[in-house]
Design a binder for this molecule. Structure first.
Ligand SMILES: Cc1cn([C@H]2C[C@H](O)[C@@H](COP(=O)(O)OP(=O)(O)OP(=O)(O)O)O2)c(=O)[nH]c1=O
Length: 204
């Protein structure tokens, strides 16, 4: 049985697209970058810690695997996590305006026997954002709870001039990498292995 160690509704929705059954573990893992820690290393560590904390919660249940993930927006050596408040969100959007940043999403799967990890890195280029646009977007509340203060799956898509990488990775759970990891753990993916309901006979 797979468990998702995440409070993120996006991760629940994305994992659900694979058509497998999974439980959800609500955890609070601190997200703080250690001094001198490289941005990509930080994302990998936090994903591993989320999965590890989840495994502790279900310890003793045989045959369980736990998936944890972390997503951060990286601009040079700066790491933008979830904004603290509206002002912080506006500051992040100002920094991202007219520039290309990276969105790094790490996924970790752990079980009592093994652990594996995959990382997805996407490049996202924003157009120039006016102060009015930033203020209007922040006022929608959408930036809160999102790394880099935007949601590509929401109004933030209007800022994206170019995306090179994984759309689901930017949203918080890179599906291509997740499928590969789950297969390593022998977890069946019925949504991928059977024809979708309603697919015409000829297309099967
Ligand atoms: C860049 C970007 C991030 N995000 C979200 C994905 C993640 O939920 C969030 C980054 O914060 P995370 O710390 O990765 O995740 P979380 O705190 O939401 O959930 P949990 O730790 O419980 O798994 O930003 C979007 O929804 N859209 C985007 O375009």
């Amino acid at each position: 049985m797979l468990h998702l160690a995440s409070k993120s509704p996006r991760r629940r929705e994305l994992l659900g697209r694979l058509g497998l059954e999974f439980g959800v573990l609500d955890l609070d893992v601190p997200e703080r970058r250690a001094p001198g820690e490289a941005p990509a290393e930080y994302v990998r560590r936090v994903a591993r810690e989320k999965a590890g904390a989840g495994l502790l919660k279900v310890a003793g249940v045989p045959g369980v695997a736990v998936l944890g993930a972390d997503t951060e927006v990286i601009l040079g050596d700066e790491v933008f996590g979830k904004p603290r408040d509206a002002e912080d969100a506006a500051g992040m959007l100002r920094r991202l305006s007219g520039r290309t940043h990276e969105v790094v999403s790490a996924v970790s799967v752990v079980s009592a026997e093994r652990e594996a990890q995959a990382v997805s890195v996407s490049q996202v280029t924003f157009g120039e954002l006016s102060e009015a646009q930033i203020a209007a977007y922040v006022a929608t509340g959408e930036p809160m709870g999102k790394a880099g203060a935007y949601a590509i799956q929401g109004g933030g898509e209007m800022f994206v001039r170019k995306l090179s990488g994984s759309y689901s990775g930017v949203m918080g759970l890179p599906l291509y990498e997740t499928v590969a990891l789950l297969r390593q753990f022998g977890i069946a993916l019925p949504g991928l292995e059977q024809p979708a309901v309603g697919t015409p006979e000829a297309a099967r």
